[in-house]
Design a protein around this ligand. Sequence first.
Ligand code: HEC
Length: 123
Amino acid sequence: MNLKRTLFFSLPLALFSMYRPVAAQDVAAGKALYAQCIACHATDANNGVGPGLKDLVGRKAGTAAGFRFSRAMKTSNVTWTEKTLDAYLAEPQKVVPGNVMPFSGMPDAAQRANLVAYLATLK
Ligand code: HEC
């Protein structure tokens, strides 16, 4: 086998073995971070101090059945997506001014990405 042939066959293999799907978000890490939310938010539809977060991604803010939301949350006109959740968790009062969630925010973007990835699994 000449060099060209060797490269032709081994290079794609080398590249392929180097490739592994890099998860930008880490659901397991997000689940651990959820410890900061669990006191108020169930992962199912049950409401506590805060609304249950089942089916959060895709729903309109302030619409979880049976939970008494603040006027600010009800009229925010926000739909929870990965993007709006990231912004809300960074600075809750900036995204929904006047909301009554007693949480000052999670400044670390990587942590937020992991947490939001976990929130997206709540179905
Ligand atoms: C001390 C209690 C408390 C903690 C801790 C808390 N929340 Fe909340 N959360 C609330 C309350 C109360 C509301 C409703 C706010 C309102 O109506 O203005 C809320 C609302 C929300 C909403 C909007 C839900 C909807 O259906 O519109 C999301 C999303 C949310 N919280 C996520 C989180 C996440 C994620 C964490 C953890 C990082 C967290 N919260 C920590 C009490 C809390």
